[in-house]
Design a protein around this ligand. Structure first.
Ligand code: C5P
Length: 243
């Protein structure tokens, strides 16, 4: 049983404490967005926060980027599934055995707990890494080649999609097909501050390039009226179904 697909916006809860995250969640409608809980918030807040967001009706992307030996990564993914996460991610560079173990563990945990099966997404190459950084850790390929290689491997291991930059979306969609989900950060509505993001796309451009889900942090979280900022982004998107 899959989760029904939520709207395409995932709001990043990039906060250091649960109270700030819950305050933003209180201003957002769970039928209009999913929420992303990352390493800082999860580490300072604990798993109770995820349970509370799920209880409030939000789909939660638990962005913990697991990367470990297959058994450990798989058990972490199973635990995230039992928390009620809607989307979970692992590093594709953890290898095929790790990704297959994670896939099996997620599916089994969902079945046993009678929960919807979460989306299992791979991180390919961190967008902070350059070709020189990859060479330093023994990867001779360019970041683009490595992204494609790892995305194909994730697909072959039964993962549901990858996190990628909107600039990589068109190539990945063409290569891997419509059903392989692309989750893209680095989104800035027209006219908003770029902040520390180096290469950004507007929501409309990212969807046109093939993105299925857009991760948006500060343009919503730091807005005077976050709900209105979210509505404006949703209104700017083309109507129609998505993967
Ligand atoms: O505030 P902003 O919209 O830049 O937040 C983007 C979110 O997406 C943050 O949580 C950031 O960590 C995450 N992210 C990113 N670039 C990546 C991967 C994740 O900005 N390549």
């Amino acid at each position: 049983m899959p989760f029904p697909m939520p709207p395409r916006i995932i709001v990043a809860l990039d906060f250091a404490d649960a109270a700030s995250a819950l305050a933003l969640a209180s201003r957002l409608d769970p039928s209009k967005c999913a929420l992303k809980v990352g390493k800082e918030l999860f580490t300072s807040a604990d798993a109770g926060l995820v349970r509370e967001l799920v209880r409030r009706g939000f789909r939660v992307f638990l962005d913990l980027k697991f990367h470990d030996i297959p058994n450990t990564a798989a058990q972490a993914c199973a635990a995230a599934t039992r928390l009620g996460a809607w989307m979970i991610n692992v590093h594709a560079s953890g290898g095929a055995a790790m990704m297959r173990a994670a896939r099996e563990a997620v599916d089994r945990a969902a079945l046993e707990a009678n929960l919807p099966r979460p989306l299992l997404i791979a991180v390919t190459v961190l967008t902070s890494l350059t070709a020189a950084d990859l060479a330093e850790v023994g990867v001779a390929s360019t970041p683009e080649e490595q992204v494609l290689r790892l995305a194909r491997l994730a697909n072959a291991c039964g993962l549901d999609g990858v996190v990628c930059s909107a600039r990589e979306a068109a190539v990945l969609k063409r290569d891997l097909g419509r059903g392989f989900l692309l989750v893209t950060p680095g989104i800035r509505p027209t006219g908003s501050e770029v902040q520390d993001q180096a290469r950004v796309m507007t929501p409309t451009q990212a969807i046109a390039a093939g993105a299925d889900f857009l991760v948006v942090g500060r343009p919503i979280a730091a807005a005077a009226d976050p709900a209105a900022a979210l509505d404006a982004i949703l209104a700017s998107l083309p109507a129609g179904e998505h993967a």
